[in-house]
Design a protein around this ligand. Structure first.
Ligand SMILES: O=C(O)CCC(=O)C(=O)O
Ligand SMILES: [Fe+2]
Length: 472
């Protein structure tokens, strides 16, 4: 059964695209787009690619050969994903080289599996090797900004050691030969993703979120999703699949694709390809993240309903399972939003302090901060009406957050730099840590704790009101 492809993804020149236009046309509208001309000066496009435009495997083996990475066996399904193997980059490169030599000799198809290195946390592992700069369009990234300073899920029962690398960030390198591929999925947390081809070509197939229900089997445990849209989609399980309509895109070397929230996609490497990809979220897609988290929570609850009566703390069990399945539970989300809001408030106070001299850029930053806060506030209101977060030991102690160590100061500094850069503020106006500290101590004298979404809503109200003059 073939799929129905009804159009292609728009392509535009990144040099001609302002941040405001990108936010308005693609982030806010949740529409995919391919952007050219933003990767020409990346070190990765020099170091990682041979003169013939192929992956420079020798470079990887000599510089990063010892890294342990996850490699997907593209021919073997395991549950809803491909089977994963762990190996060193050196081993991966050796297998890839051997396979290509054999393919050439035998003119292909000897039944050997195609391997695909995925989800390599390259930036975390090699922070001093600047392989690329994240384009400004994708920098309003709460997820990675937060994860650079905090863990999203603190594991309270220390029996399970926190997985340092695999939860450390959402910035990845992918590498695979021609024919390697990624099964149908929508991204983690329903975040946005961007994906840049360092070399090679990809074919993408996209399904708009309005049709997502057509690729799910709601009857099955944990909502089974179609795995491969080109092979054996079961009519009985997915009766709506034949109604689906797809958008296609061929992504060339150097191009970046923007994958909006909740769009399912299946991806093929048409040539030997290296790509860099980040997942991120911000004010424009926060409601997607919340919706999924709440739905996953309800599904988790339902899946263990039969042990509710014999469980000491059913809610805690649900939260534990949710964190294990999705990487974040409702409490983690609440703490994430609380810390992130606090950072926005501190910055807003900083900008309020310079109200007389607010440049157009500073005022764009202030507007962005207010947008962030009001979006978090709306999301917290949804959380309140859904009845989420009831655990009594989940709260944010302001004094601890503000004074205890450098984590929060770093988060504020990263946020300040990021928003200044996004809105092109002059270097000398970028705030410095020493100016932030007095702003923070002002906070600590106030209410001691944010104990519930309601507290956070009230606190945000106060700060938005106080800074309304910045938006005039
Ligand atoms: O390139 C791939 O194989 C998959 C990438 C992907 O799914 C993404 O960037 O969201
Ligand atoms: Fe994806």
């Amino acid at each position: 059964m073939g799929i129905k492809i009804v159009g292609e993804i728009e392509k535009i020149d990144g040099k001609e695209l302002s941040y405001g236009d990108f936010a308005e046309r693609y982030l806010a509208e949740n529409q995919p787009v391919v952007i050219s001309d933003l990767t020409d000066d990346w070190r990765a496009r020099e170091d990682w690619v041979t003169e013939n435009g192929l992956p420079n495997l020798h470079f990887f083996a000599t510089h990063f050969g010892n890294s342990r990475v996850q490699v997907a066996d593209c021919d073997t399904r395991e549950y809803s994903d491909q089977k994963r193997l762990e190996m060193s980059v050196m081993e991966f490169v050796q297998q890839w080289t051997n396979d290509s030599i054999e393919d050439k000799r035998k003119d292909c198809d000897d039944g050997k599996s195609v391997l695909y290195l995925k989800d390599w946390h390259f930036v975390k592992e090699y922070p001093d090797y600047t392989a690329y700069q994240t384009p400004r369009l994708f920098c309003d990234d709460w997820l990675n900004m937060y994860l650079d300073n905090y863990h999203i899920h603190e594991n309270r029962d220390s029996s399970q050691k926190y997985d340092q690398i695999s939860c450390s960030d959402y910035r990845f390198v992918y590498m695979g030969g021609k024919g390697s591929w990624t099964p149908l999925h929508a991204d983690v947390f329903r975040s946005y993703s961007w994906s840049a081809n360092v070399c090679g070509k990809k074919r993408w197939l996209f399904l708009p979120p309005s049709q997502s229900h057509l690729v799910y089997d709601r009857q099955a445990y944990l909502n089974n999703c179609v795995y491969n849209i080109f092979e054996g989609v079961n009519e009985t399980k997915f009766p709506g699949f034949k109604e689906t309509t797809w958008l296609e895109c061929i992504q060339e070397p150097g191009e970046i694709i923007f994958v909006p929230s909740g769009w399912h996609h299946q991806v093929y490497n048409l040539e030997d390809t290296i790509s860099i990809n980040h997942n991120w979220l911000n004010a424009y897609n926060l409601s997607w993240v919340w919706d999924l988290l709440w739905r996953d929570y309800k599904d988790t609850e339902e899946s263990i309903e039969d042990i509710r009566d014999i469980s000491d703390d059913f809610e805690a069990l649900c939260q534990r399972n949710l964190a294990a399945n999705t990487g974040m539970n409702l409490n983690d989300f609440f703490i994430f939003m609380s810390r992130f809001s606090l950072g926005n408030m501190v910055l807003l106070q900083y900008y309020s302090g310079k109200q007389e001299t607010l440049s157009p850029c500073s005022s764009a930053v202030a507007q962005n901060l207010v947008l962030n806060l009001s979006t978090i506030q709306k999301t917290m209101m949804m959380m309140i009406s859904a009845g989420g977060v009831t655990a009594t030991d989940v709260y944010l102690d302001l004094r601890e957050t503000l004074e205890d160590d450098l984590q929060f100061l770093r988060l504020c500094r990263d946020m300040g730099r990021t928003y200044a850069m996004i809105h092109k503020e002059e270097e000398n106006q970028v705030l410095f840590s020493k100016e932030l500290l007095p702003k923070m101590t002002g906070f600590a004298d106030q209410k001691r704790q944010i104990c519930s979404p309601k507290d956070l809503v009230e606190m945000i109200d106060h700060y938005i009101t106080c800074s309304s003059h910045l938006l005039a």
